[in-house]
Design a protein around this ligand. Structure first.
Ligand SMILES: [Ca+2]
Ligand SMILES: [Ca+2]
Length: 129
C-alpha cells in the first residue's frame, strides 16, 4: 500500500516538471526571436547575449539582398534572425568573397565565438533557405 502511494507522488511530480519545462522553453523561444527592432528581418549585437549596440536590418524584395554591418563592422558578437531566410555572414564589405557563417531561418546565436566569427562580420546577405 505504502509503496503505491509513493510511486503515484513520483508520477505527479514528474508531470509537473514536464509542464513547467515546456512553458519555459516556449517563453525562451519567443524571447530570443523577439527584440530586434520592430519589423526588422535580422539584427546584430555588439556583445555576447544580445547586449551592447544593436544594428537592425530590413531585407525586402527578392532573396540575395546584401547589407554592410555599419557601426558594428568587425564588432558583432551575437545575432537574432527572426526572418524565414538564411543569413550569410561575410568578413568583407558588400558580401564579397565567400561567407564564413550562415544563420538558419528563425534562429539566434548568443555568442559567435564558437562559429569562428566573433568581431569579424562586415556584411550580411539574406538568401532563401
Ligand atoms: Ca563584439
Ligand atoms: Ca570583417
Amino acid at each position: 500500500m505504502k509503496r503505491t502511494t509513493v510511486r503515484r507522488a513520483g508520477v505527479v511530480a514528474l508531470a509537473l516538471t514536464s509542464l513547467m519545462g515546456v512553458g519555459a522553453t516556449a517563453q525562451a523561444d519567443a524571447q530570443r526571436l523577439a527584440n530586434c527592432g520592430d519589423g526588422a528581418s535580422f539584427c546584430l549585437f555588439e556583445h555576447d547575449d544580445y547586449a551592447g549596440a544593436r544594428q537592425d536590418f530590413l531585407f525586402t524584395g527578392p532573396s540575395g539582398g546584401c547589407a554592410n554591418a555599419g557601426p558594428l563592422n568587425n564588432k558583432a558578437s551575437s545575432m537574432r534572425n527572426p526572418s524565414g531566410r538564411r543569413i550569410q555572414f561575410y568578413n568583407s564589405a558588400n558580401c564579397a568573397g565567400s561567407y564564413g557563417y550562415a544563420a538558419a531561418p528563425r534562429s539566434s546565436d548568443s555568442d559567435l565565438t564558437n562559429n569562428n566569427f566573433d568581431n569579424l562580420t562586415s556584411s550580411v546577405k539574406s538568401v532563401n533557405p
